[in-house]
Design a binder for this molecule. Structure first.
Ligand code: EPU
Length: 417
């Protein structure tokens, strides 16, 4: 298995280009199931999660042609409505095929996603939402089965905002008869991007980006071209890495408006940040100031940036409190940071108290999930000596060519086989 080896202590300097957003690409690819024709998606990042969802769509019978960053999916040849365990277990976001399959084919069977390192992550709100749209749901032998001759519009109020839940129901409702209203919907930029794409396919979705989304069902959707938005979490990861190494980095091809909460917290930590419509210039400063964060649904501070921000706070000048309010077990990276000399204690399972230390020390560590791996890379970049990160496959799920991008910024980082 590959490992990442880093010799820390270098400041990051230069420019980096941001890739297409993983969490926008996955629902867009799933939405092509709704179409009896071809959907062309550009700016598709080269990631393991994209490979996984492509394998799933191919298994359903869809045509998938991938050239460089362009993916063409032909949903007209889909002949199977079952997403098998071996494909779904590799990526929880596979649940995104459930809504589109039942909406277009009246029947879907999707393996129930299993355990996850960062929390229980149930899919109950996806299922009650589909039931409200008129589907009959059963769970047997580890599979969710949904049946409905014709979905019917309904009023659905989520107990809490769920990103993929909102996406699943938004997609399903496009082909339902009548009007669906989703209340307490997630407001992430990826939801807005999906609504925009669905409208280009002929759907009528309004209100995406607010807590109330209205979908007027239509009889069919059509093929179209879609460009994927820049990855806001990759953007934030480079911002934090630049600040942590006291570097000077220009991040290009990004959307600063999608990552304002992180920009604000980095400014509070002392970084100088200048933005244009599509660039962010980060200049780190010494000392880094301690800042408290609490993860919240968008537009709050993203849970997907919590681990990276914790790495920054380990070398800040005082004490900070990091409150994880979205997932119940998203602090596994803290134990690895401790191995590098960080001073962190956790109370109630979801509040981390981080007391800044002068230096981290390089050490062998292990990634436990995608964003934890990014946190360890940032820690490795600032640490004295050598850090080796095992289980890099977590990183490969969601960061395109990350070690190459960091190398170009002057980091001493390499992949070892
Ligand atoms: N939840 C339920 N029931 C449900 C759905 C969600 O209780 O039916 C709970 C979850 O357990 C969690 C909260 O609601 O406590 C919010 O979870 P959400 O459903 O929003 O998460 P998700 O849709 O499974 C997406 C991203 C995650 C990101 C979260 C939160 C994709 C493919 N995944 O997951 O991304 O952390 O939203 O913003 O969009 C990542 O990229 O590393 C990643 C984990």
């Amino acid at each position: 298995m590959d490992k990442i080896q880093i010799r820390g202590g270098r400041k990051l300097f230069g420019e980096v280009n941001i890739s297409g957003a993983k969490n926008a690409a996955l629902p867009l690819i799933a939405s092509s199931i709704l179409v009896n024709g071809k959907v062309c998606i550009s700016n598709v990042p080269d990631l393991m999660d994209i490979t996984s969802i492509k394998a799933l769509l191919k298994d359903l019978g869809a045509g998938c042609e991938h050239h460089q960053d362009r993916l063409e999916i032909d949903g007209s040849s889909i002949h199977k409505i079952e997403a098998e365990y071996d494909l779904v277990r590799k990526m929880r976001a596979s649940i995104l095929v459930l809504g589109p399959l039942v909406a277009r084919f009246g029947h879907a069977k999707v393996s129930l996603p299993g355990g996850c390192a960062i929390g229980a992550r149930p899919v109950n709100m996806h299922l009650t939402g589909l039931e409200a749209l008129g589907a009959t749901i059963s769970i047997e032998h580890g599979y969710i089965e949904a049946k409905a001759e014709q979905l019917k519009g309904a009023e659905i109020c989520f107990d809490m905002p769920t990103v993929t839940g909102t996406e699943n129901l938004m997609m399903a409702a496009t082909l339902a008869k009548g009007t669906t209203v989703l209340r307490n919907a997630a407001r992430e930029p990826e939801i807005v991007a999906l609504a925009h794409a669905l409208n280009r396919m002929g759907a009528t979705v309004t209100g995406a980006g607010t807590a109330i989304i209205t979908i007027q069902g239509v009889p069919a959707l059509y093929g179209t071209d879609i460009h994927i938005i820049p990855d806001r979490i990759e953007t934030g990861t480079f911002m934090v890495a630049a600040a942590a190494t006291r570097g000077d980095v220009r991040i290009k091809g990004c959307k600063p408006d999608d990552i304002r909460a992180t920009i604000n917290k980095l400014r509070a930590a002392g970084a100088a940040i200048h933005t244009t419509d599509d660039t962010i210039h980060v200049k780190g400063s010494a000392p880094i100031k301690s800042v408290d964060i609490k993860t919240m649904p968008y537009p709050g501070f993203p849970t997907d940036m919590q681990a990276q921000f914790m790495a920054l706070m380990t070398v800040a000048s005082g004490s900070s409190m990091i409150h994880e309010s979205i997932f119940e077990n998203r602090f596994i990276h803290a134990n690895e940071l401790l191995r590098m000399g960080a001073d962190i204690s956790i109370t109630n399972g979801n509040i981390a108290h981080v007391r800044g230390v002068k230096k981290l020390q390089g050490a062998p560590v292990m990634a436990s999930d995608l964003r934890a791996s990014a946190s360890l890379v940032i820690a490795g970049l600032v640490a004295e000596g050598e850090t080796t990160i095992a289980r890099v496959y977590h990183m490969d799920r969601g960061y395109e060519a990350i070690e190459k991008k960091f190398s170009l910024l002057g980091a001493d980082i390499k992949r070892i086989k």
